[in-house]
Write a new protein. Structure first.
Length: 631
């Protein structure tokens, strides 16, 4: 049985942004059209609270029916089939309730009622259906073979059944599992809510720029993109300084959340929570730790890129010292592109044209504002970041804390649209709800491929050396996500290990660990003390723990996928088949079977490192063409 909430949201981390002038006359979303760029939850989900509650009652009724099989799941092949078939039909309704409730909360964090309702109810319901997994695990191999022979339809659920049995060494007695399931809403979600409450109560400074006043939290991307160096500095220090206001409580929250997750995982015979998450991903602890270490050994590649960029910034600006808030500054007078939302959508559609007609159709549906599936108008009390979310059989939705037209935000929209289209293509192909979710590095690889294709298109088709250099910088920033995401994921793993052995006690310990783990990746981090507070800024650590490993694996695969889409005849057909397949076998096998890429083959990482080196050299050459010596 699937954990419904675990696969609820596909997330993307936005950390660095491009630099340009403040808004001026540019309107990222036309004022007259802003309503079209907010969700219409009544149209796409429920007409109101009454319909939500009615669907919740229907879900409870479905669970009542499933519960009549308790104690009898393994008795006959027919009972086993009915249990898994009922779960397959229950899953879309359950996810729909979750998604609706979370979107209400994401767009206004004061709207917690539906989310709290579905969280509490889900804990109770997951407890009630735990027996299906436990009773499945009691079936021996010989009996299961007989059941498959007696009820051929049961083979549709063969992998789901095997997934249940795979967890036998990590499953407690039924009463214990039922108790843990009933407690999950109280043990697993409080840290996210406390984190959001702290952000809501943080007094971020207002900064005056170009005659307007900007809140640092809501408008950080606008401020850090200013041509005014003091504005950028004030934005950087104001944001990180404000996030440090509650650093003691952030540290307390992380320690207690990690202790809880580690303890539950240990009770289930895992080393710690990270070990349990890696098992979910069909990976070993050693495989992931070695993967992180291998990428960390190439952290210097990001410093090499920064050296190239820094040389140009100094040449363009005359700065004696380039600070972290200066690192994406462009030459004076360079008209850096910003994209009104419709332009951004047109660009994404054009970049994704190689993937085929079905992809285009679903992408156009998502990006059409008339469908009200985008919510991107900034306001107070919205959750941070971007995400796409939905439920099996339905069209997905896209949320962003705000949209200001910067290229980083365009890439974020491309990323999340990749998630939305991927899941809709699965539904179009008839993938059963049971198999609509799995290890997220598969879906993240698709999403990152989408954003890389946008950057690739712009720099590959540009002839003007200045603009081509700019777009290549953006593509490299994206490709270097392999290193950046590894930095985040590796730090998180070390936090879990640190809490496990008792070496992390408070914010100073987290600061020291963050500084140690991030310094190899950048020329700037040890020079700017604010950055050691990174651990409190990454919301994934609080709301989607140990998710970042998916980005690392996905980034490595996406670099290979983009190269093959552009250069290998016939690969697009393989890639389309990946988009249409469900999670009906271990994810590493799915990727290899559909695309020919072995995700743990050292050559996959080697290919990514080579691409980064080649494009960094190309950037040096472009700088030379425009008269800048970067050596």
């Amino acid at each position: 049985m699937k954990n419904i909430s675990a696969s609820l949201v596909a997330v993307v981390l936005i950390v660095t942004v491009t630099a340009t002038a403040l808004a001026g006359d540019f309107e990222p979303i036309p004022e007259s059209e802003k309503e079209l760029y907010t969700f219409d939850l009544e149209k796409n989900f429920y007409a109101g609270q009454t319909e939500f509650e009615a669907d919740l009652e229907a879900l409870i009724s479905d669970i009542d029916r499933l519960e009549t099989l308790k104690g009898k799941v393994a008795a006959t092949p027919e009972n086993l089939f009915e249990a898994y078939d009922l779960n397959d039909r229950i899953t879309p309704r359950w996810w729909k309730l979750w998604v609706y409730a979370y979107l209400k909360y994401a767009t206004n964090t004061d709207q917690m009622g539906p989310l709290e309702t579905i969280e509490k109810t889900s804990g109770d319901l997951e407890s009630r259906i735990q027996f299906v997994k436990t009773e499945t695990q009691a079936i021996d191999d010989a009996t299961l073979d007989e059941y498959f022979q007696a009820a051929p339809g049961l083979r549709e659920y063969a992998f789901a059944i095997e997934e249940s049995r795979r967890y036998r060494p990590h499953t407690l007695s039924l009463p214990e599992e039922e108790l843990l399931s009933s407690l999950s809403p109280y043990l697993g979600t409080w840290s996210e809510k406390l984190y959001q409450k702290l952000i809501d109560r943080t007094e971020f400074p207002d900064i005056v720029a170009d005659g307007d006043t900007f809140d640092v939290n809501i408008n950080y991307s606008v401020l850090i993109n200013s041509d005014d160096r003091q504005v950028r500095k004030d934005a950087w220090q104001g944001y990180f300084g404000s996030m440090a206001d509650h650093r003691d409580i952030y540290a307390f929250t992380l320690i207690k959340a990690i202790e809880t997750r580690n303890k539950i995982s240990a009770v289930k015979s895992f080393r710690n929570f990270a070990d349990a998450k890696f098992f979910d991903l069909y990976l070993s602890y050693e495989d992931v730790a070695d993967y992180f270490d291998e990428i960390a050994e190439h952290a210097y590649l990001r410093k090499e890129y920064e050296k190239v960029r820094q040389a140009r910034i100094k040449a363009d600006t005359g700065y004696e010292t380039v600070n972290i808030w200066d690192r994406t500054v462009q030459a004076s007078g360079f008209d850096k592109p910003r994209f009104e939302v419709k332009e951004a959508c047109a660009l994404i559609k054009s970049a994704m044209a190689p993937i085929g007609d079905e992809y285009q159709k679903e992408l156009c549906s998502l990006l059409d504002p008339a469908n009200r599936r985008l919510d991107i108008v900034g306001a107070e009390k919205r959750v941070p970041g971007m995400f796409a979310t939905g439920y099996p059989g339905a069209s997905w939705q896209f949320f962003s804390m705000s949209y200001n037209g910067y290229f980083k935000e365009v890439r974020g929209l491309a990323h999340e649209s990749g998630h939305a289209v991927h899941h809709k293509m699965q539904s179009n192909a008839g993938v059963k709800p049971t198999y609509s979710s799995g290890p997220s590095y598969v879906t993240e690889a698709v999403a990152i491929t989408s954003e890389l294709l946008v950057g690739y298109k712009l720099y590959n088709e540009e002839d003007d050396p200045e603009k081509k250099a700019y777009y290549l910088e953006q593509f490299l920033e994206d490709a270097l996500g392999l290193l950046v995401n590894n930095m985040f994921a590796h730090l998180e793993l070390k936090m879990y290990e640190g809490v496990e052995v008792g070496s992390l006690h408070g914010p100073d310990d987290f600061d020291a660990l963050a500084l140690e783990m991030t310094t190899p990746y950048s020329m700037y981090y040890d020079k700017h003390p604010e950055y050691k507070g990174l651990w409190a800024v990454i919301h994934h650590y609080f709301d989607v723990p140990m998710y970042n490993v998916n980005y690392v694996l996905a980034q490595a695969m996406a670099l290979v996928f983009v190269d093959k889409i552009m250069n290998e005849n016939g690969f697009v057909d393989k890639y389309q088949s990946l988009l249409r397949v469900g999670f009906d076998k271990p994810a590493p096998e799915i990727i290899k079977d559909r695309t020919g890429v072995d995700m743990l083959d050292p050559m996959v990482l080697a290919s990514g490192f080579k691409l980064i080196e080649e494009k960094t050299d190309e950037l040096r050459d472009l700088y030379r063409q425009i008269g800048i010596d970067v050596e």
